[in-house]
Design a protein around this ligand. Structure first.
Ligand code: FAD
Length: 338
């Protein structure tokens, strides 16, 4: 049975280990429990925050004054080249299980923390791969705008629910096919519509060679180790910006010996060049190994992190004319101007 708790600290549910408490909190282990949780929020007119692995969020020190639903429907099933996953399944586990089943296509995701639902919502990517390349379809529910505190437009208003599928009940369950997911760099229709909760995901992989996949997996994990911080973090803090300035592109290519991809330059390159590696506010620090990580070196507060992020944005804008945008999702900041 769904156990709804009060006043639960969220810091331990995030990889950054920062943030205040949720007024209400529950762990939903099945689709039925997710629906039950939504119903509870509806009855109490509470805003909802959907929590996956907490590996890409920054929770306000004041916490979240609504219901946090931790998605824990973790089951998965592999049939031929199809992998059906509960949204709460660990992405790393699905990588391993798919390789074990002789499938290829998901090796790039090795070592990315968090859930399959979180990865789909943010179109997580690494080493040239991303979720958009492996998703077949995504099952979601749209939660209604029952709380005034929830300022999001409904999916319908912004065109999220496919036209072909009329809403039949208050909590419509809809299957989004790949083309309806509107994936782009760290973007999806699910990110544009926070009222959509991903319940499960169907991935389509290819038949592969288990040995080769295992070797690739090992290489990727080794590569990840090189930039791994010893401190807690929410991964990359900013999205890699699209750069049009030819001079900057040339400088980047000369400095790093790399060609730019999709017109994007890693945010960490600019942060590093702005001399910000190791910059600290309280216990929040710009990563020394990876400049696009903001890490928690001890007892960082969300305020420390927000202030440091603001300094990073200002310095990078002043020096390069580049406006960095957060990849990390802010939780509990809705009523404040950052
Ligand atoms: C050390 C480290 C390395 C990382 N490396 C990478 C990397 O290489 N590439 C990359 O892309 N990311 C990376 N990340 C970031 C992060 O792991 C990914 O973005 C991950 O996919 C987030 O999943 P999550 O389950 O933790 O989501 P959470 O952090 O829990 O949530 C993120 C957002 O997704 C929403 N969400 C979560 N689950 C659902 C759901 N079921 N339905 C609807 N919305 C949902 C939440 O509401 C929130 O807005 C890294 C993070 C860390 C800490």
């Amino acid at each position: 049975m769904l156990n709804i708790q009060r006043n639960i600290s969220l810091a331990k549910y995030t990889t950054l280990k920062v943030g205040g408490a949720a007024r209400f909190f529950c762990e939903a282990k099945s689709e039925k429990e997710i629906l039950e949780a939504v119903k509870f929020a509806e009855e109490k007119n509470l805003p909802v925050f959907v929590l996956g692995g907490g590996s890409n969020i920054l929770v306000n020190d004041q916490g979240f004054s609504g219901l946090v639903i931790k998605i824990l429907n973790t089951k998965h099933e592999i049939r031929n080249t199809i992998v059906e996953c509960g949204a709460g399944a660990s992405l790393s586990k699905i990588v391993q299980e798919s390789i074990k089943a002789g499938l290829t296509g998901l090796e790039w995701a090795a070592g990315i923390p968090g859930t399959v639902g979180g990865a789909v919502r943010g179109n997580a990517g690494a080493f040239g791969g991303c979720m958009a390349e492996v998703v077949h379809s995504v099952k979601v529910i749209e939660i209604p705008n029952f709380s005034k505190a929830r300022l999001f437009p409904s999916a319908k208003q912004v065109g999220g629910i496919p036209q072909s599928q009329a809403l039949k009940s208050q909590l419509p369950i809809t299957n989004y096919q790949l083309r309806e997911c509107e994936f782009a760099y760290r973007e999806s229709v699910f990110k544009q519509n926070p009222n959509l909760i991903i319940l499960s995901v169907t991935l389509k992989l290819k038949k592969g060679d288990r040995k080769k996949s295992e070797e690739l997996l090992k290489e990727i994990l080794e590569e990840r180790k090189k930039s791994q911080s010893i401190y807690p973090s929410p991964g990359s803090f900013f999205k890699n910006p699209i750069v049009k300035d030819e001079k900057l592109i040339k400088e980047f290519e000369i400095d790093t010996g790399q060609k730019i991809k999709d017109k994007k330059i890693p945010a960490g390159y600019f942060i590093d060049r702005a001399g910000l590696k190791g910059k600290k506010i309280g216990s929040a620090m710009v990563g020394e190994e990876h400049a696009n990580f903001i890490v928690n070196t001890g007892n960082a507060t969300a305020e420390n992190v927000v202030m440091l992020a603001a300094i990073v944005k200002t310095r990078v804008r002043n020096k390069f004319g580049i406006q960095l945008k957060e990849e990390v999702q802010m939780v509990g900041f809705e009523k404040k101007v950052l």
